[in-house]
Design a protein around this ligand. Structure first.
Ligand code: DQA
Length: 141
């Protein structure tokens, strides 16, 4: 199966960004490990700081992927457009947050995009991505 890992704004700085919240590992490093763990499947990875590019990536995944693991980062709390893009997809999208957004500032408690996803994992660090991929593979994406 082909799963797209889709990361939103500022997640390109993982490893150096607020390590006490997001850890000290780069996402590229973590993806390399995931690709070994799920070696019989294809894990594609795309990151953008631009809302429209994330929407375009979802649209492309609709045709080219069996499932999506999405961390829309700050856009999760604000983007109606991204939520609408998820809602019209026929392939499953799982939302992941590295930190436990519910234990943080109140403005992070609202997750516009999560309501359109099949589920949401929050607070397990980078391992959330592995759990989400595992879920998609077990459900047959
Ligand atoms: C995040 C949580 C968001 O509130 C924040 O804006 C991020 C990262 C997370 O993975 O914990 O950029 O999505």
């Amino acid at each position: 199966m082909r799963i797209l890992l889709l990361n939103g704004p500022n997640l390109d700085t993982l490893g150096t960004r607020e390590p006490s919240v997001y850890g000290s590992r780069s996402f590229e490093d973590y993806v390399a490990e995931l690709r070994v763990v799920f070696s019989t499947h294809e894990l594609a990875y795309f990151q953008s700081n631009v809302e429209g590019e994330l929407i375009n990536a979802l649209r492309a995944a609709e045709a080219g992927s069996d499932g999506v693991v999405m961390n829309a980062a700050g856009y999760s709390h604000t983007s109606v457009a991204l939520r609408d893009a998820v809602a019209l997809m026929s392939v499953p999208v799982v939302e992941v947050h590295i930190s436990n957004v519910h234990a943080r500032e109140p403005f992070r408690h609202q997750l516009l995009t999560a309501a359109a996803c099949v589920g949401c994992i929050s607070g397990f660090g980078l391992e959330g991505y592995r759990l989400a991929v595992e879920y998609l593979l077990r459900r047959g994406a």
